[in-house]
Design a protein around this ligand. Structure first.
Ligand code: CDV
Length: 316
């Protein structure tokens, strides 16, 4: 049986504090990229909004302060070392960051960069959680709906380093439509970065289920779509807020093949067999043979829950 092996790394980042400068963060990421390369990485996945602390926990009125968390160019003078190191080592990377476009739009974005340091794909986050109103009674808020617009690029799949790669960001990993949209375009890898604070306004969960629902989401996405999923998170505390960590790689069997053991900066490596997905694609998840889109129209027609549809002889 053929084997196409690929060195995949998720790089967990143990918290970025408000006082950490971009240059300091980039140096930290470069050093983690070098460690990943030493482990055999071909591609490194960094978290969502990696370059600063998670700004959506704060209410800001002042647009200048808000914009200070965003990147207006990529690469920039501050982020160039990441691209240079990628080219030097021959390692690709995925990076999440806040993007301010030249015409004034704000997105929660990720880019894919190949092993020559060239940007080969971009994704702008579509499922934005949280709220846009000021819940000033809370110590920390979750204001993604205030600071970011819904992404306008759809769910793209990009050819990079000889693979078909799809991207998602954080809350996207909980939505099955994301993985299906990517796997229907032949994605072999789904890369995603996340920030999952333990306390989210209006979202009560036992601490253990926070980790469980994160791992369950990436495992289910991987299995039901016969893809590899690589998820890199921030972890530990950021400005006193605990982030769950649990950076991991899930295989097309739905198993976690590598997972962070700490809450700190950590390089999580797996040498993956890209052809392992094929047996799932040829059998239980042979989409062409078994999918029945003529019965899936409710998924497009409805956003929220509604009444049961009529079934001949019932619900009329
Ligand atoms: N940054 C995120 O999208 N976080 C969400 C929750 C925790 C608000 C998540 O699904 O992890």
């Amino acid at each position: 049986m053929s084997k196409r092996t690929f060195g995949l790394c998720v790089v967990q980042v143990g918290g970025i504090q408000p006082e950490d400068s971009r240059a300091e963060v980039v140096q930290r990421l470069v050093s983690l990229m070098r460690s990943a390369h030493a482990r055999g990485a071909d591609l490194v996945v960094f978290p969502e909004l990696t370059l600063t602390t998670f700004m959506s926990r704060y209410w800001f009125d002042d647009q200048e302060t808000i914009d200070s968390y965003f990147e207006t160019e990529m690469p920039s003078a501050e982020t160039a070392p990441l691209f240079e190191t990628a080219a030097e080592l021959g390692v690709g990377f995925y990076l999440g960051y806040a993007e301010l476009t030249s015409d004034g739009h704000h997105y929660n974005t990720s880019i894919l960069v190949d092993d020559t340091g060239r940007i080969t794909g971009k994704y702008r986050k579509i499922h934005l959680p949280g709220h846009s109103d000021n819940k000033s009674e809370l110590a920390y808020q979750h204001l993604e709906k205030k600071y970011f617009e819904v992404g306008d690029l759809g769910f793209g799949v990009f050819e990079s380093q000889g693979l078909k790669i799809g991207m998602a960001l954080c809350n996207d990993r909980r939505w099955p439509e994301v993985y299906r949209a990517l796997s229907l375009q032949g994605a072999e890898l789904v890369l995603l970065g996340y920030n999952t604070p333990m306390d989210v306004p209006g979202w009560q969960e036992e601490p253990h289920t926070k980790m469980e629902s994160h791992l369950l989401s990436i495992r289910a996405g991987a299995y039901q779509n016969a893809v590899w999923v690589a998820a890199a998170g921030k972890s530990n505390t950021e400005d006193g807020v605990y982030m769950i960590g649990g950076s991991a790689i899930a295989s097309p069997s739905g198993e976690i093949v590598a997972r962070a053991q700490s809450d700190e900066d950590e390089v999580v490596f797996a040498s993956i067999d890209l052809d392992y997905a094929q047996s799932f694609r040829d059998s239980v998840f042979d989409f062409s043979a078994h999918r029945r889109p003529e019965h899936y129209s409710i998924i497009i027609d409805r956003i929220g829950r509604g009444e049961p549809l009529p079934v001949p002889g019932f619900n009329s």
